[in-house]
Design a protein around this ligand. Sequence first.
Ligand SMILES: *[C@@H]1O[C@H](CO)[C@@H](O)[C@H](O)[C@H]1NC(C)=O
Ligand SMILES: *[C@@H]1O[C@H](CO)[C@@H](O)[C@H](O)[C@H]1NC(C)=O
Ligand SMILES: *[C@@H]1O[C@H](CO)[C@@H](O)[C@H](O)[C@H]1NC(C)=O
Length: 245
Amino acid sequence: MKFLLIFLKIFLLLIPKISSNPTTLKNLQILIERKFQNYPDSYLDDPYYKPDAEFLRSSNRTCIYNKLNLTDNKIITNDDLKNFNDSIAFGRLAEDFHTLAIYVMYSCIDDVDEFSKHFFARNIREPVVEIPRECIECVKNELLRLGVEKPLISHFGGLKDHSVEQCKEILKELKKATRSDEGEFRGCLKIYDKVSREFYLKFNLMKFEKVDEKIYEIERKRHEKISREVCEKFVKCMIDEYLGK
Ligand SMILES: *[C@@H]1O[C@H](CO)[C@@H](O)[C@H](O)[C@H]1NC(C)=O
Ligand SMILES: *[C@@H]1O[C@H](CO)[C@@H](O)[C@H](O)[C@H]1NC(C)=O
Ligand SMILES: *[C@@H]1O[C@H](CO)[C@@H](O)[C@H](O)[C@H]1NC(C)=O
C-alpha cells in the first residue's frame, strides 16, 4: 500500500512534465526544421536576421536537439513541414518560439570565430541602432561613463566637451532601443540590455572613426566572448520560461 502511494505520488509529479510538452516540442522541431530547409520564414527573411541567416542555417543540429531535448526519432513528414502554420501552432507565442528557435541556432553555430567576424563587421557597417555622426563625441562620453572605454576610446583620445544634458538628449533614443520591458520574452531579454548598449555605442563609433587592426581585434574578441555567454544565458532563460524545464 505504502509502495503504491509512493508510486502514485511519483506518477502524479511526472504527469505535467510528460503531458504538457510533446505537442509544443514537436511544433518547435518543425519550426526549426523549416528554418534549416529554407522554407519561407518571416523571421529569417526579415532584414534583422537575414544577414545572419546563412550562418544560422549552418548551425549544429545535434547541438540544437540536445539543448532542447528533442529526439531525432520524432518523425517529421513533408506534410508537417508544408502545412505548418506558426500562429496555429503557437498562437500568441509565435514570436517567442521563433526567437527561442533562432537563439538556440545562434548558440549552436560551430564556427564561432567566422561568425563573430561576420557579425562584428556587418554591425559596424550598418548598426541596427544608428547614431548620427555629429553625436559621436557623446558616444565616447557614454562609454566612459559605463566604464567600458578601454581600449577603444583610449585609442581615439581627445574627447570634445559636450554638456551632460546635451549628451543625455542625444543618447535617449539609443537607451530606449536597448532597454527591454519586463515583459519582453518573459523578462529574458533583459539579459541583453547592458551588452547591447555597450556594443551599439561601439559599433556606431567604429563606423565613423577608423580603428587600427589590433584594437579592432581586441574589441571583436571581447564581443565574441561576451555575446556567446549572453546568448547561452538567454537561451537557458527562454527554455526555462517557455518549455518549463
Ligand atoms: C555538433 O554538436 C555536437 C554536440 O554538441 C558535437 O559533439 C559535435 O562535435 C558538433 N559538430 C561539429 C562539426 O562541431
Ligand atoms: C533534458 O533531459 C535531461 C534528462 O531527462 C534533463 O536532465 C535536462 O534537464 C533536460 N534539459 C532540458 C533543457 O530540458
Ligand atoms: C495561419 O493561420 C492563420 C489563422 O488561422 C491565418 O490567418 C493565416 O493566413 C495562416 N497563414 C498561412 C501562411 O497560411
